[in-house]
Design a protein around this ligand. Structure first.
Ligand SMILES: [Cu+2]
Length: 119
């Protein structure tokens, strides 16, 4: 009798844990961004808070980087190379993303916007 109760209690705990895990499974968003002629295309990305954001950055001509200060994110892709990275958009708000390289003076004009809608 006691044993049967333990089994039922364990099964209940397992089902509860699984339901919780499903609720927390992040929504995945993917974006391909092209860096070319000191321009990001697209230059605006919109997600919802807590989305898991995967970005594929292609530096078509010269090296470029993708930085978002609020997320402490800086990723660099050499000229002709493509990199992929991801982050969880856990802070709502509107944030600039930019190229932080200093090799070309035009880099300071490489900008875009990340919009994270509050849940
Ligand atoms: Cu640049």
């Amino acid at each position: 009798m006691v044993k049967a109760f333990v089994v039922v209690a364990m099964a209940t705990a397992l089902v509860t844990a699984m339901a919780g895990a499903q609720e927390q499974a992040p929504n995945r968003r993917e974006f391909a961004i092209l860096a070319k002629d000191h321009t990001f295309t697209p230059n605006k990305i919109e997600v919802t808070q807590d989305d898991l954001v995967k970005i594929t950055l292609k530096s078509e001509d010269r090296p470029s980087s993708f930085a978002i200060d609020a997320y402490r994110l800086i990723k660099r892709a050499g000229g002709g190379l493509t990199i992929t990275f991801q982050f969880r958009a856990d802070k709502p708000g509107t944030f600039p993303f930019y190229c932080n390289l200093t090799s070309d003076k035009e880099c300071k004009d490489m900008k875009g916007t990340l919009v994270v809608k509050a849940k």
